[in-house]
Design a protein around this ligand. Structure first.
Ligand code: C5P
Length: 238
């Protein structure tokens, strides 16, 4: 397998082609952005930590029956993935009120939700990922009703698996963003699974261990990402 041309550069990752048309390489950068790229910075070694976190979580999910794009980790910053056509919908699952939901509901952060909530946003940097519903997704042709049902069921399954997974290492999974793509007609979990895209709170202290430390200038960003890696490695199931 050989690395070929750059296909796409995003805020946190670069995608490269390979000599196999069905495979791509995801390169994880240290760049961090927030508030639709209004705030920019660097989190030292974030790419290495997010590659490692994503590797372990994708492996765990695959072992529990979730189809993902992950093939294997290649080196510190790169993973080999199945090439997917990304469905332009960000799927958010929530277990505890935080972030934009706290604003939308006029609620305090930290209030547990009686049941997990699934939300959909249109994946568009220019528009700031606006909130949409399944009627929009269907009408715009981004996914069929049948595909949306599969995606939502997968999102809830991933959420349930990871709530338990993180609980075992004394972390609350507050919420997370998932992306799905189509590979040879199959819906696969894609993108990355890490503290950039999930809210993770220490279960004892409620201390934030995720990108909110960067968004809100809370300090100890690298330390928190490294602590997430340390805890998931301590489970010993990678
Ligand atoms: O901002 P909001 O509360 O809607 O974010 C919900 C979850 O989705 C958070 O874990 C956040 O990190 C993630 N997210 C993301 N990328 C976005 C928007 C949200 O990873 N563009």
């Amino acid at each position: 397998m050989e690395k070929r041309e750059k296909l796409y550069e995003g805020k946190a990752k670069i995608i490269y082609a390979t000599d196999d048309p069905n495979l791509i390489i995801q390169y994880f950068k240290d760049d961090a952005t927030a508030f639709n790229a209004e705030k920019k910075g660097t989190i030292i070694n974030k790419g290495i930590m997010n590659n490692r976190t994503s590797e372990i979580i994708f492996n765990f999910l695959e072992n529990h029956g979730v189809p993902t794009h992950f093939v294997k980790k290649l080196n510190d910053r790169e993973m080999l993935c199945k090439k997917v056509e990304i469905i332009p919908v960000e799927v958010i699952t929530r277990n505890i009120v935080a972030g934009s939901l706290a604003k939308r509901l006029g609620s305090e952060e930290g209030v547990p939700l009686a049941k997990p909530v699934v939300e959909h946003c249109y994946k568009s940097d220019e528009l700031g990922d606006p909130f949409i519903n399944i009627y929009h997704i269907d009408a715009m042709g981004w996914a069929t009703r049948e595909q949306i049902a599969i995606i939502d069921e997968l999102a809830l399954k991933i959420n349930a698996l990871l709530v338990d997974y993180y609980r075992d290492i004394n972390i609350k999974l507050v919420d997370m963003k998932l992306e799905f793509g189509l590979h040879k007609g199959e819906i696969l979990l894609a993108d990355e699974m890490c503290p950039d895209t999930s809210r993770l709170w220490d279960a004892t202290t409620n201390e934030k261990m995720d990108k909110d430390r960067f968004r809100r200038d809370l300090g100890k960003i690298e330390e928190s990402y490294a602590e997430v890696v340390r805890r998931i490695e301590s489970r010993g199931d990678q």
